[in-house]
Design a protein around this ligand. Sequence first.
Ligand SMILES: [Fe+2]
Ligand SMILES: [Fe+2]
Length: 377
Amino acid sequence: MDKCQSCNKIILSDYVFCPRCGNPLKPGLDAPASGSGSICDEDVVKFFDLARNLSSAENIDQLLRKIGVAAESILGAERSAILLLDEKQENLYFKTATGEEILKKITIPITEGIAGWIARNREPLIVNDPYSDSRFSPDTDRKTGYKTKSIAGAPMIAGSELVGVVEVLNKKSGKFEKCDIDNLTGFAGLAAVSILNTRLRDRQENILSNILDYLVMGSEAMGSAEGTSKGHTWEMARMASVMTKEMNLSDEKRQTVHKAAMLHDIGFLGLENPKLLGFDIPHGLQDEAKFRLHPVIGSEMIKRIKPLAGAAPYIANHHRYKNGEGFPENISTDSITQETEIISILEDFLTCRDKNKINFERYSQQVRDAFLKTVSD
Ligand SMILES: [Fe+2]
Ligand SMILES: [Fe+2]
């Protein structure tokens, strides 16, 4: 008796992919067995091409549509659909489907139909004569006007969580066979992993965005104590965003500058507990000398948070200028980039609130121009 190495499901039939988690059960998938029902070389290439796209897919809908269409083509079916389970785990809804637009508005209770059966039992299923099968519900056909003549479906399971069902409808020639289920289960595994990736990415982004908010709140509170005005951080972020657009920077650079603007004075927070960060600030240091440490401490704090680390050099240098003025003095002026200058010029402006008091000699022409355009708009 075989077991899936990934989820430990006991495998009773001759599956190529685990019917629960989609893990390949047989080595050498890149050299498929020949004979009826096995997928051909071109199809294997298509399958692995989709698998390769999983980690880089930005657009989940697009990727799921590709998986559905590939399953449809490899199984020789007329239509395909990927249904997801809703948050309450009571209904399935069409995430992507080929065929009628109205499908996107249809939900299927998990207690009904072939898709519901597959979701409840977490098992793949073939029904070659649905209208004579008591598990089939003709409701969707009634709503779309499409006549279902055969169905093959497989559950999409990510980890131990059921996320939905993949279905293909109406085999163009003959009936769906067991080998179709093997192939469909592979596609269901791909779809499940892509959904899991997207959910994990969403959760990480949510955590990061909340951490960022808390850090900014802390930095704002400390900054107010150091004399910066209320809302200083958010105002800088807003103006930095206008400047980077004006300067036509790449999306990636714009995002990093935005993060640097939000966190540029985070070092004020670290000044309260420098030892936790490994800094030994001499006792009795004057306020001005302490203030001058905030860029370096802030940069150290941000360096340790990987998704924010790109902003660290801009934070370290945001009071240092190309003409050698500013602090900390031990930073080479060669390392001062345009992105740093954006933060610096806005820091200068938001501190004095008067563009005529800014020493423009400190900044490159492009940064000066973008700044003046931003404050005049
Ligand atoms: Fe600062
Ligand atoms: Fe500041």
